[in-house]
Design a binder for this molecule. Structure first.
Ligand code: URA
Length: 259
């Protein structure tokens, strides 16, 4: 049973500094198993005790993993000069120090974005070595052409000569201007540039899976949820692209079709 100081436990999991925690405790805002604790240096058992601040229980987990369904108009960065940072969408009870977006979606893109304070996990997720696949649904300006499938599979050359790894693309059933794309890397504006290289144009783009983690249908655009341990493990599991396209066409096309 790992005993640690209450202020250390809270400061590692929230935005509060140790001096703020001291004042919160002194003013009766902190409880352990429902009992008010006024001294912030009290030792607690992290496996057994439930700590609450301002009535909100604090997660036991050392790191926080949040899945955001990013809306268009927000940027994936940690600095916030004009209030359009994705971190501003995280509700206070899920915030902690050092959160950052693990991956990039363009300002006009939407969909699955992991926000975490676990630098090692983010590194593994983004490292080209791990080739974690990501699936997007895109709305195209012109109808999908069957020849895209081979061109993407072979590894596409972008307009500036940059070479892409092999990728998968399929038209969404019953809609020739919607397509699913799976890529295992993250070049700048990659999906948009891949379609530009086949003389099409991406009008809207939504990321719908990262590894084996699929954006839940119930998570609306602009909403976020804390991930459970098993969801975090899913990030590194593969998904079958064909099965995915067959199963999710109707679910995600409805969101893009009206954009
Ligand atoms: N590819 C793009 O072009 N844009 C994104 O936001 C993500 C992948």
């Amino acid at each position: 049973m790992p005993l640690i100081r209450l202020d250390k436990f809270i400061s590692e999991r929230t935005e509060f500094t140790r001096s703020q925690i001291k004042s919160l405790a002194a003013s009766g805002k902190i409880s352990v198993d429902g009992i008010t604790v006024k001294k912030s240096d009290t030792k607690i058992d992290t496996e057994k005790n439930t700590v609450s601040v301002n009535g909100q229980p604090i997660s036991q987990n050392r790191f926080r993993y949040i899945l955001l369904n990013k809306p268009a108009g927000f940027v994936c960065s940690t600095s916030d000069s004009d209030g359009t940072n994705v971190l501003s969408l995280i509700p206070p009870e899920l915030r902690s120090k050092n959160l950052f977006p693990a991956g990039r979606l363009d300002k006009d893109s939407l969909g699955a974005l992991l926000i975490t304070d676990d630098g090692d996990l983010a590194h593994d997720l983004l490292s080209p070595k791990h080739h974690v696949p990501k699936i997007y649904i895109v709305k195209l300006a012109r109808p999908f052409e069957i020849n895209y499938i081979n061109k993407f599979k072979k590894g596409m050359k972008l307009g500036n000569g940059e070479q892409c790894l092999p990728a998968e693309v399929r038209c969404v059933e019953n809609c020739d201007k919607l397509a699913f794309v799976q890529i295992c890397e993250g070049k700048y504006h990659q999906v948009k540039r891949m379609f530009a290289a086949v003389e099409n144009h991406v009008e809207s783009l939504m990321r719908i899976s990262v590894g084996g983690l699929v954006l839940p249908e119930k998570l609306g655009v602009g909403e976020c949820m804390e991930l459970l341990h098993k969801d975090v493990e899913n990030l590194f599991l593969p998904l079958d692209f064909e099965d995915f396209c067959a199963g999710y066409g109707a679910v995600f096309s409805a969101i893009l079709i009206n954009k």
